[in-house]
Design a protein around this ligand. Structure first.
Ligand code: B12
Length: 325
C-alpha cells in the first residue's frame, strides 16, 4: 500500500481519537475495535453490521487503559462492569520493575487485538533503522580518519552479501594482493574492521573501540600489524587474513545483525592463529558494544586484557577455556 496514504489515514484516525477523548463522545466514531475484553463467546468483531440496533452498542467502544489495568483472559469482564482493584497496584509496580530492567518491548499495551499506534510507529522506526544499518555504507571520511585502507570480499552487492554468507567469508583476489603489499607480516596482533551486518555499528562505535584498543595494546607492549577495513565481510573472513599475514591474534571489529532495540551494536571476534579449516569453537566474541551495552572505550581496554590471555595460553575459544581449567 502507498506509504503516504497509510500515514494520512493514521493521522486522521489519531486526530479523530484525540477529538473523542477531549469531548468524551465516542459513539459516533467510524473506527471500531475488536471487543476481546467483554468475554464475548464467539469473539464477534466489534464493528457491528448496520442492521443491528445501534442503540444497543452505543457507548461500548473499548476504553484505552494502561496495560496493567487491562483484565487477563480469565478475569475478562464487560467494559461497563468495574474491574477488581485487588493487587492492581502491585501488578503495575511489578510490571514497571520488569520494564525498567530491559529495553525489550514488554508491557506496551494494546488497542483491541492490535498494537497501539505509537508502539507500531516506534516498531516501524526501529525496523527502518535496522534496514538502514544493513544496507548503509561506512563513510570514507571515518576510514581515512582512522587510516584504514579498504578491501573487498568476494561480494560487491548487498543483496548477494545477504544471500551468500560464504562469499563474505573470502577475500577477493585483489584484496589479497593489496593486503600482502601494504601490511606488516607476522604481527602479534592484527586489527581488522568490517561493516558486517551493520554499518551504523561501525559509524557509532569503532573509533572509540579502535583507539582505546590501540592504546591498550601499546601499554601492554604488544606489537600491532597494519589495520585495514574489509567491506561486506563475515566473521570467518579472519581466516583468510590469518593465512596471508600469519598474526598470532586477529581482532575483527564487525557490525552485528541489527535487532529492534539497537541497530548499532558492534562485536569484537577474536581468534588465535586463525587459518583455513579452523573450527568456530576456537573463536571468541565480545558482543553488544554500543552506548546501551558495553561502552566502546571500555570494550577497547577490555579487549587488550583478553588478547593478553589468548597469548598466554596460545589458544582461543573453547580451547582456551580447556587450557585454563
Ligand atoms: C546470528 C547469531 C548466531 C547464529 C549464526 C548464524 C550465522 N551463520 O550467521 C547462530 C544461531 C548459528 C548462533 C550460534 C551461536 N551463538 Co550466536 N548470535 C548471533 C547474533 C544474533 C548475531 C551475530 C552477528 O551478527 N554476527 C556478525 C555477522 C556479520 O557474523 P557472520 O559472519 O554472519 O556469522 C558468524 C557469527 O554470527 C558467529 N557467531 C554467532 N554466534 C556466536 C557465538 C560465539 C561465542 C562465537 C565465537 C561466534 C558466534 O558465527 C557465525 C558464523 O561464523 C548474536 C547476537 C549479537 N548481539 O551479536 C548472537 C551471539 C553472538 N551468539 C551467542 C551464542 C552464545 C551462540 C552459541 C554459543 C549458542 C549455543 N549455545 O550454541 C552458538 C555458537 C556459534 C558459533 N559460531 O560458535 C552469544 C555470545 C555470547 C558471548 N558474548 O559469548 C550472542 C552474543 C547472543 C547472546 N546475547 O547471548 N548465533
Amino acid at each position: 500500500m502507498n506509504p503516504e496514504l497509510i500515514e494520512h489515514v493514521t493521522k486522521l484516525v489519531m486526530e479523530k481519537m484525540q477529538g473523542q477523548q477531549h469531548t468524551g463522545v465516542n459513539t459516533a466514531s467510524p473506527v471500531k475495535f475488536w471487543d476481546h475484553t467483554s468475554g464475548n463467546e464467539n469473539k464477534t468483531a466489534y464493528s457491528r453490521k448496520q442492521d443491528e440496533s445501534p442503540a444497543k452498542h452505543q457507548g461500548e467502544l473499548i476504553k484505552f487503559n494502561p496495560y496493567s489495568e487491562a483484565p487477563q483472559e480469565s478475569e475478562a469482564k464487560p467494559p461497563s462492569e468495574k474491574r477488581p482493584s485487588r493487587g492492581e497496584e502491585s501488578v503495575s509496580q511489578e510490571l514497571q520493575e520488569l520494564k525498567d530492567k530491559t529495553p525489550a518491548r514488554i508491557g506496551v499495551g494494546r488497542a483491541g487485538v492490535r498494537p497501539k499506534t505509537d508502539t507500531w510507529l516506534k516498531f516501524r522506526f526501529d525496523h527502518a533503522a535496522a534496514v538502514d544499518a544493513v544496507y548503509g555504507d561506512v563513510k570514507e571520511s571515518l576510514l581515512s580518519r582512522l587510516e584504514l585502507f579498504k578491501v573487498n570480499t568476494q561480494v560487491e552487492d548487498k543483496e548477494v552479501y545477504i544471500r551468500r554468507p560464504d562469499y563474505g567469508r573470502k577475500l577477493s583476489e585483489e584484496a589479497k594482493r593489496t593486503i600482502s603489499d601494504r601490511c606488516k607480516q607476522a604481527p602479534t596482533v592484527q586489527i581488522v574492521v568490517s561493516d558486517g551486518l551493520s554499518s551504523s555499528a561501525i559509524e557509532e562505535n569503532v573509533e572509540d573501540v579502535f583507539l582505546s584498543l590501540k592504546q591498550s595494546l601499546t601499554s601492554l607492549d604488544l606489537d600491532m600489524g597494519t589495520p585495514f577495513y574489509i567491506e561486506k565481510g563475515r566473521v570467518a573472513v579472519m581466516d583468510d587474513v590469518g593465512e596471508l599475514l600469519k598474526p598470532k591474534v586477529v581482532v575483527l571489529l564487525i557490525g552485528e545483525r541489527p535487532g529492534l532495540v539497537s541497530a548499532e551494536s558492534l562485536s569484537a571476534y577474536l581468534c588465535y592463529k586463525p587459518r583455513k579449516g579452523i573450527i568456530e569453537a576456537d573463536r571468541m566474541v565480545i558482543s553488544n558494544i554500543h552506548k546501551g551495552g558495553i561502552p566502546p572505550v571500555e570494550a577497547g581496554a577490555y579487549l587488550g586484557t583478553v588478547i593478553q590471555k589468548i597469548l598466554k595460553y596460545e589458544a582461543s575459544g573453547v580451547s582456551l577455556v580447556k587450557k585454563e581449567e
